[in-house]
Design a binder for this molecule. Structure first.
Ligand code: ADP
Ligand code: MG
Length: 509
């Protein structure tokens, strides 16, 4: 090869090297651009979930206003504000052995509770949890309640065995039924609609307690259903039993709901009903709350559109355990589709509800230096292997944004209730008084539900937002009491207070 030839060869090699270098740089630039795009998506979802204290206060006001509207007329608000006819809460003086039956979403639970006649002396003698067979959730009313009655009979027979079990001995039972019911008294009500997977069409519009009572009679069991209660009301009852300053109860589990004690004269839609205490517990069905001030993202809109109940339970879809995991999944899917940071799009990411909320909590609270739990869940659940650390951090960020919004909105909802009843330190929604004028009373809120009790970051964010909205001076008077199993035990307490017409039952307001 001559000189020219060598020069040409050298030039060729240099050109090849340039092409390789350009390709590397190109890939790097593309990767950086995609990373930038992903960060852009994170920024977008973060901004979309914005819950500044100013916005939370707007949600507080909207909640209080909607509560007014729901109390003013039937259908006046997305908040149903259902009457419960519970006008006296347990005082602590209840005595005797009572039963409770809780028909929930997946399980029904039976309890036998001994009340000692003194505050805080509750002895849960027996508990039995039973899975509701799938076919009964979509069968007939009679089949469902026959099954419930047989199980209850078995439970009572076994538990009372040896202590003179007799079929004709009269027993009192509190029935917790966590579906929207239009109550006609403390022990009767009509099912408005099913939720949580139940679809027994012939039962909608029927008297719930009658259905149960008839099945109990068919089984020859002498049990009187003396209270029909929503699970929030059961929680409030137990909360009030332990702490007489309890004014509201909130459930944050698979779903979310709240109830509180309202003055009868504020319940405009039911004028004419008189209660001995002058108040009544109102079941808000707050999962259905909606306001234009709620920070809504495209992920929420899609989740709602894909749900079996679009335009319903809007507040619940941003807050409760049933949905948080799926919001996170939707964000991760979008990030995966817009970049290759999670490799080729995993079919698992396309599967609705595959990422359950407890997994979000595990990733969010992973404190290992290399985020090993995050890597494990991405690999095992979503089938996304080998995710680099910086991408794992991004996933944690997404969990944080979604959970923080949920917890802060729940706090705003609680303050909304406090504002409605004048316990937010401002003197109530109708008052123009300033905070300084009002002496804040100790105010307790009973809380139950797996999301709140098991997810500490959720709890921390909720508490933090309470202080931000109310200010330290007021927030310190608001106490959250966790009521484990409140809905079941509370129902037995209400059965007791409504069986005996306890003369010592305290006035609520
Ligand atoms: P339910 O609401 O069905 O009566 P729970 O109050 O026990 O039952 O709440 C269960 C819900 O709580 C689950 O659906 C889940 O979303 C949430 N949850 C349970 N454990 C955890 C956890 N460790 N972290 C976050 N959420 C959890
Ligand atoms: Mg529950």
């Amino acid at each position: 090869m001559g000189k020219v030839g060598v020069a040409v060869a050298a030039a060729g090699a240099a050109a090849a090297a340039c092409v390789v270098a350009a390709a590397v740089v190109g890939r790097r630039v593309r990767r950086r651009r995609k990373w930038g795009r992903v960060l852009g998506l994170l920024r977008e979802v973060d901004e979309g979930c914005e819950t500044s204290v100013g916005r939370l206060k707007q949600v507080v006001d909207a909640m209080a206003v909607e509560m007014h509207a729901g109390l003013a007329s039937e259908g006046g608000s997305k908040l149903r504000m259902l009457l419960t006819f519970v006008d006296n809460l347990p005082s602590g003086s209840e005595e005797g052995t009572y039963y409770a039956l809780h028909l929930g979403g997946t399980y029904f639970r039976m309890l036998r509770v001994k009340l000692g006649g003194q505050r805080s002396s509750i002895l849960v003698l027996d508990v039995k949890r039973q899975l509701i067979p799938q076919h009964l959730m979509t069968g007939t009313t009679e089949d469902l309640f026959d099954f419930v009655a047989s199980s209850l009979k078995e439970f009572i027979e076994r538990e009372e065995n040896g202590s003179a079990f007799t079929l004709d001995r009269r027993r009192e039972l509190g029935f917790t039924f966590s579906y929207p019911v239009r109550q006609t008294s403390v022990s009767s009500g009509i099912l408005i609609k099913w939720t949580k997977g139940f679809a027994i069409e012939d039962m909608v519009g029927k008297e719930v307690v009658e259905c149960l009572q008839q099945a109990l009679t068919r089984k020859g069991l002498s049990v009187r259903v003396s209270a029909l209660v929503n699970d929030t009301v059961g929680t409030l009852a137990l909360g009030h039993y332990h702490d007489a300053d309890t004014v509201a109860a909130v459930i944050i589990g698979t779903g979310t709901n709240a109830c509180y004690v309202e003055r009868m004269d504020a319940i405009i839609k039911c004028q004419g009903i008189l209660t001995s205490s002058g108040g009544m517990v109102v079941n808000m069905e707050w999962g259905n709350f909606w306001s234009s001030h709620l920070p809504r993202t495209s992920y929420d809109i899609d989740l709602d559109a894909d749900s079996p109940n679009p335009n319903e339970q809007g507040f619940e879809k941003m807050i409760s355990g049933m949905y948080l995991g799926d919001i996170v999944r939707r964000v991760l899917l979008k990030m995966s589709q817009e970049s290759d940071i999670l490799g080729p799009v995993s079919p698992r990411l396309l599967t609705p509800f595959i990422l359950r909320t407890p997994l979000v909590a595990t990733m969010h609270e992973d404190d290992s230096p290399d985020l090993a739990e995050v890597a494990k869940i991405l690999r095992d659940i979503l089938e996304i292997p080998d995710v680099p650390l910086k991408v794992r951090k991004l996933v944690v960020n997404v969990c944080d944004v979604v959970t923080r919004r949920a917890a802060r909105l729940a706090a705003a909802g609680i303050v909304g209730i406090l504002k409605k009843i004048g316990r937010d330190g401002s003197g109530g929604i109708m008052s123009g008084r300033s905070r300084g004028d009002v002496k804040m009373r100790r105010t307790a809120v009973a809380i139950e539900g797996g999301l709140y009790t098991n997810y500490s970051m959720f709890r921390e964010y909720l508490n933090e937002a309470m202080v931000e909205i109310l200010g330290e001076d007021v927030a310190k008077h608001v106490i959250f009491n966790v009521m484990e199993d409140g809905s079941g035990i509370g129902a037995s307490l209400l059965a007791a207070s409504h069986a005996s017409n306890d003369p010592d039952a305290v006035q609520m307001l």
